[in-house]
Design a protein around this ligand. Structure first.
Ligand SMILES: [Zn+2]
Length: 187
């Protein structure tokens, strides 16, 4: 009896060629994002591949395993607030930023990560790759609320956080390190 053929490695139907390098960091560790997966992020909880997010929709199509960039740029995060309550989002982000600033003015937490790399995207977003002993967290500083009188937004994302690591705490420490870094470099 013939084994069913595993189609996973087959080329995607799209004629779009795989980019040779990540437009953000230049890494060649690029994978195509699989569609038809559950919305939001699928985490590799069982030690599998650091699964790329399977957002339902048109984009993004590509995922960088080094800096966790997804492109074409996913604008969900900037559209979310417009679709729901702008005012509530603005209030939440203002409070979040204020609390980050308070903490960033204090002595760094011993587990706070180092800035491994940072760069500026064409859209004005600043991207930080924060280095923990177990891996990296990506932080993007978006300025989309500034025209509304809001704060910069530091969004943290991580993939394949190992067991035993508090992901929420790691993201918070990464955000703090980014705020601290921004203060130092803009002073
Ligand atoms: Zn990259």
């Amino acid at each position: 009896m013939a084994e069913p053929i595993e189609m996973r490695d087959a080329e995607p139907e799209s004629p779009e060629a795989k980019p040779s390098a990540c437009p953000d960091c230049g890494s060649t560790a690029i994978v195509a994002i699989a569609y038809g997966m559950p919305v939001r992020e699928m985490r590799a909880e069982s030690g599998g591949e650091p699964g790329p997010a399977g957002a339902v929709g048109q984009s993004p199509r590509w995922y960088c395993q080094y800096c966790f960039h997804r492109w074409p740029q996913d604008l969900f995060s900037e559209l979310d607030w417009a679709a729901e309550s702008e005012q509530q989002y603005l209030t939440e982000k203002t409070a979040e930023f204020a609390s980050l600033c308070v903490e960033a003015a204090m002595t760094p937490h011993p587990e706070e990560p180092a800035v491994e790399k940072y760069w500026l995207q064409d859209n004005g977003r600043r991207v930080f790759l924060m280095s923990f002993p177990w891996g990296r967290v990506r932080v993007e500083r978006g300025l989309h609320l500034v025209p509304l009188g809001g704060p910069p937004v530091y969004e943290a994302s991580a993939d394949s956080v190992p067991q035993g690591v508090d992901e929420h705490k790691a993201k918070r420490l990464a955000q703090l390190a980014a705020v601290r870094f921004d203060r130092k470099t803009s002073a």
